[in-house]
Design a protein around this ligand. Structure first.
Ligand SMILES: Nc1nc2c(ncn2[C@@H]2O[C@H](COP(=O)(O)OP(=O)(O)OP(=O)(O)O)[C@@H](O)[C@H]2O)c(=O)[nH]1
Ligand SMILES: [Mg+2]
Length: 423
């Protein structure tokens, strides 16, 4: 688990001072929120990026223009490669090449929560070099946070120290990165120690990464996030959405298993394996919401929601209408029960609120109608288990419900999600 201190240590001391000043002013309730959020930071880069993306609206609301993060450093250290790790749109990709001096002008792109700025190498000599150097320094002066990149193999040349000092003198939050660590055969520690000594930093304050493989980019992202505490506040607000999107993945995968279970025996849904599948899902959702629960308690929770009974009632209700193959009704009911259970669990873990039987009933009814309609559209002949699982995963992956939790709330208030099937 990441602690605040782990993250704080990654910041150079000047940036720690900025963070500490912010921390002192924070009321204790806010401090608590902040700590909880930091602990919930995922260690996988792609998940952290999802969180950053979700936080971008909050940040815009709070600060108007986006925070700009400039990547600066000598030529050929991998600045543009790192920039490409942050961008959201493929069209924004920067050109990368083994030739020093590839990037000639400053470029800016959207990186979700912040805007990222790629700059030309700031160590070039000659007339063109001078121009590029001042463009890079100007970009640094215009940015809110700086990432200073060096090459782990080339090391830090004495001539590059001057650049570092100039950047530090700007008194902005910054982080220092040693790139191309994938090429370091061994003894990364001594390379880090050497760089730290030159820059007058602690070893922990230099973040070793590989911009090419993406390794340890998440450490860098976390350091950036706490270097600008405003970002953490924005992330705090985005966290519920982020958790819901993750929970939705767990729900989609458990639902596809539930659908396969519902295929046999037909036409009566076998509820015991469903309870097991849903209990496993509830455990993963609990993990996402940082809620401690044992497997047996998860199972009790599933049973206590009484979805088995609800499912049976729904099944008979939907079968009565005829015209829909039995397997579609079974799968539709099993999936909607699992989705409803996932939503009920997420609501419980997040807010401590228990959905009422009535809202669960309305929610699962609306969901099953929609899932039955989507399955009907997807194919008329009864598929094998695996095919059905793929179909259900696709239906749920494309559903807007996974992006926006509030749609679930309206679904449990008897508002049709999409057009209802004519049952
Ligand atoms: N092995 C390895 N190669 C890298 C890494 N990052 C960048 N490179 C390579 O290093 C070379 C330079 O990368 P760029 O991203 O163009 O470097 P830059 O700092 O933008 O260079 P300029 O624009 O010339 O200042 C390219 O051949 C990259 O593929 C890394 O983490 N590992
Ligand atoms: Mg470049």
């Amino acid at each position: 688990m990441t602690t605040l201190d782990d993250l704080r240590k990654k910041l150079p001391s000047q940036t720690q001072v900025i963070f500490d000043a912010f921390w002192e002013q924070l009321p204790s309730a806010e401090k608590k929120n902040f700590l909880e959020l930091v602990q919930a930071f995922p260690s996988k880069t792609n998940l952290l990026q999802l969180l950053l993306k979700l936080g971008s609206n909050q940040l815009k609301m709070m600060f108007g223009d986006k925070t700009q993060i400039a990547i600066i450093g000598p030529a050929n250290v991998g600045k543009s490669t790192l920039y490409n790790q942050f961008i959201q749109q493929k069209e924004d990709r920067a050109v990368v090449s083994p030739l020093p001096g590839t990037t000639r002008v400053v470029q800016v792109a959207d990186a979700g929560l912040f805007a990222v700025v790629d700059t030309p190498g700031a160590d070039a000599i000659g007339e063109v070099g001078e121009k590029e150097r001042s463009a890079a320094l100007q970009a640094a002066a215009d940015a809110d946070i700086l990432i200073i990149v060096y090459d782990a193999i080339q090391g830090i040349k004495v001539t590059e120290l001057d650049l570092f000092q100039q950047v530090v003198a700007m008194h902005k939050p910054y982080v220092v990165v040693l790139n191309k660590c994938d090429l370091v055969p061994k003894d990364l520690a001594s390379i880090l120690a050497h760089a730290a000594k030159l820059l007058n930093l602690d070893k922990e304050q230099i973040i070793p990464i590989s911009a090419k493989t993406g390794n340890h980019i998440s450490d860098l992202l976390k350091a950036i996030v706490i270097a600008e505490p405003g970002i953490v506040a924005a992330l705090g607000q985005a966290l519920p959405e982020y958790r819901w999107q993750l929970a939705w993945r767990a729900i989609a995968s458990a639902s596809s298993v539930s659908a396969a279970i519902a295929l046999t025996p037909l036409p009566i849904i076998d509820f015991l394996p469903l309870v097991i599948t849903q209990s496993v899902m509830v455990l993963s959702i609990a993990r996402i919401y940082n809620y401690k629960i044992t497997p047996s308690r998860a199972r009790e929770l599933v049973v206590s929601f009484g979805l088995g009974f609800l499912g049976r009632t729904l099944f008979y209700e939907l079968s009565k209408f005829g015209g829909v193959p039995g397997w579609i009704v079974s799968a539709g009911v099993a999936v909607s029960m699992t989705v409803a259970m996932g939503y009920a669990a997420a609501t419980w873990f997040e807010k401590g609120e228990r959905l009422t039987q009535e809202s669960l009933r309305v929610l699962s009814k609306n969901l099953s109608k929609n899932i039955v309609a989507s399955l009907k559209k997807a194919g008329s002949s009864k598929p094998g288990k695996r095919k059905l699982q793929t179909m259900v995963t696709e239906i749920l992956a494309n559903s807007k419900l996974g992006l926006d939790r509030t749609l679930m709330e309206s679904a449990s208030e008897e508002i049709a999600l999409e057009e209802s099937p004519d049952l």
